[in-house]
Design a protein around this ligand. Structure first.
Ligand SMILES: Cc1cc2nc3c(=O)[nH]c(=O)nc-3n(C[C@H](O)[C@H](O)[C@H](O)COP(=O)(O)OP(=O)(O)OC[C@H]3O[C@@H](n4cnc5c(N)ncnc54)[C@H](O)[C@@H]3O)c2cc1C
Length: 466
């Protein structure tokens, strides 16, 4: 007589959930364990995939089979040494095998060109996150994984401390789904206005969402685990956000040429060091400052015609709307409804402080072309006068991609309560709290895949051993 199959339930069909489900199905087959793997997702089949579906999915690897030697240290630097070293060490160790495994399912990897300033090396799935979702979904179905869409998980069930399933809303009614183990992979809480306001303050609930898939991260996964006593981790005041064109309707219309000009608020005043570092080091706080600190939550990147001389400058502008353009600063100010006198004065002060040799300007690295120290706020790199017409402006707003506050998990992706794993509960991806202060560049998809795969294999190993 064959054994009754056990049920493993995965919540979420992004990178983390797909890696979890596919690896679990494979591990179960390898071990000969009768385990049924089901993925539920709140979105329809066409929209499921959350942020992953809309992300270019750059991954911080030197080559497809190697991370840089300083990877773990870089993670700790990005998290201001608040990150869990063993988590990032496990990430570094498992990354090459996870990428090889992903490739074995038909995902091709390329070495892409990035924006302008280079930053850490990276690889990318050809076709970005959309290809990742499509290919891994196909592979998971082939491996026997069952998918249910339009199914919103909102409460975990447990007996004697062990997970026994969850409650999900489907077709307007609650449904109990029994499970012997649950892997939560359902993203952050950026799409939940109440949670955003609670953790980031008034106005956070109106922050633009970076992509159409970003709205599905509404925090149920985090909240239902916390309700069971799971420990919190990560930076609850942390989010990944980017400056985008306020006029554009396309997904992630980022404007990342701001370091090569100045950024002013609606009154025409500078308020940040636009050239403090590479864009991936400054974009989060610029986006947050624009949203939370400037009047009307809007700012303007102002550039002159030398923008057009920067090789491949278009790579750093993903807006579908062309820049506002004028032959004089005063005309530009009128077009963007910024006080012309104030803007003129701001540019004059800035230009006077651009005392370095403009020949050392180099958009591809932090060039050290700093403005004179009298300039407040300073400009640390790329300080070239804004002087040669025509002039250009991009209206900017801050858009959130995902939040950092989440669940504490160990190196096996087990959710922790009082420093011990909650039996039968695992989590991976955005909803796990491992980022602090700033998101390490090009690591979010990678860690979703790596810890999703770890969770899937571990869950099957533990179910098989029971
Ligand atoms: C435009 C953009 C560009 C990005 N670029 C990069 C990049 O280049 N490199 C990088 O590393 N990261 C990047 N990121 C971030 C990265 O894409 C995400 O952090 C990562 O893909 C998250 O994967 P995930 O599986 O944790 O969550 P998601 O991909 O968001 O998937 C979560 C899934 O859970 C489902 N879900 C949510 N709540 C429930 C519920 N209650 N019940 C059932 N299902 C639920 C959602 O519908 C969704 O399908 C980018 C993000 C965006 C938006």
């Amino acid at each position: 007589m064959s054994a009754t199959p056990r049920n493993l339930l995965v919540v979420g069909q992004g990178a983390a959930g797909l890696a979890a489900a596919l690896s679990a199905a494979e591990e179960a087959r390898k071990r000969g364990s009768p385990i049924r793997v089901t993925v539920i997702d709140k979105a329809s089949a066409d929209e499921a995939g959350g942020n992953t579906r809309w992300s270019p999915s750059y991954m911080r690897m030197a080559t497809p089979d190697r991370v840089e030697p300083g990877f773990v240290h870089d993670m700790l630097v990005a998290t201001r040494f608040q990150g869990d070293k063993s988590y990032f060490a496990r990430l570094a160790d498992d990354t090459p095998a996870t990428v090889a495994w992903t490739a074995s399912h038909g995902v091709d990897f390329i070495q892409p060109t990035y924006y302008l300033a280079k930053g850490p090396p990276r690889i990318q799935p050809a076709g970005g996150g959309a290809a990742l979702v499509k290919t891994l979904t196909y592979a998971a179905r082939q491996a026997g994984v069952i998918f249910h869409h339009g199914c919103v998980a909102h409460e975990l069930l447990a007996e004697s401390g062990r997970i026994t399933g969850l409650v999900a809303m489907r077709h307007g009614a609650d449904e109990i789904i029994s499970a012997d183990a649950v892997i939560l992979a359902c993203g952050g809480f950026q799409g939940n206005g109440d949670m955003m306001r609670k953790h980031f303050g008034p106005g956070a609930e109106t922050m633009q969402l970076l992509s159409p898939g970003t709205r599905f991260g509404t925090g149920e996964g985090i909240r239902m685990a916390l309700a069971l006593g799971a420990a919190r981790a990560g930076d609850w005041n942390g989010m990944h956000a980017e400056p985008v064109d306020a006029r554009a309707k396309n997904s992630a219309p980022v404007v990342l040429v701001y370091p090569y000009g100045i950024v002013v608020d609606r009154q025409g005043r500078r308020f940040v060091d636009e050239g403090a570092g590479f864009v991936h080091e400054t974009w989060e706080w610029l986006a947050r400052d624009v949203h939370f600190k400037t009047p009307g939550s809007k700012a303007y990147a102002i550039l002159d015609s030398r923008l057009l001389e920067i090789a491949d400058y278009q790579r750093a502008i993903r807006s579908e709307v062309p820049a506002v353009r004028a032959d004089t600063l005063a005309a530009l100010a009128r077009l963007i409804e910024v006080d012309a006198e104030t803007l003129g004065a701001t540019v004059a002060v800035y230009n006077a402080a651009c005392v370095g040799d403009p020949k050392i300007f180099d958009a591809t690295r932090c060039d050290g072309l700093a403005a004179s120290s009298v300039l407040k706020p300073p400009k640390s790199n790329w300080a070239r006068a804004v002087v040669i017409p025509p002039f250009f402006a991009y209206p900017l707003v801050g858009a959130v991609a995902y939040t950092f506050g989440g669940l504490a998990t160990d190196d096996h992706a087990r959710v922790l309560r009082d420093d011990a794993p909650i039996p039968g509960l695992y989590a991976a991806g955005e909803m796990t709290g491992h980022f602090y202060d700033t998101a390490p560049n090009a690591v979010s998809v990678l860690r979703a895949l790596v810890f999703g795969r770890i969770a899937g294999r571990k869950a099957v190993a533990e179910l098989g051993a029971r």
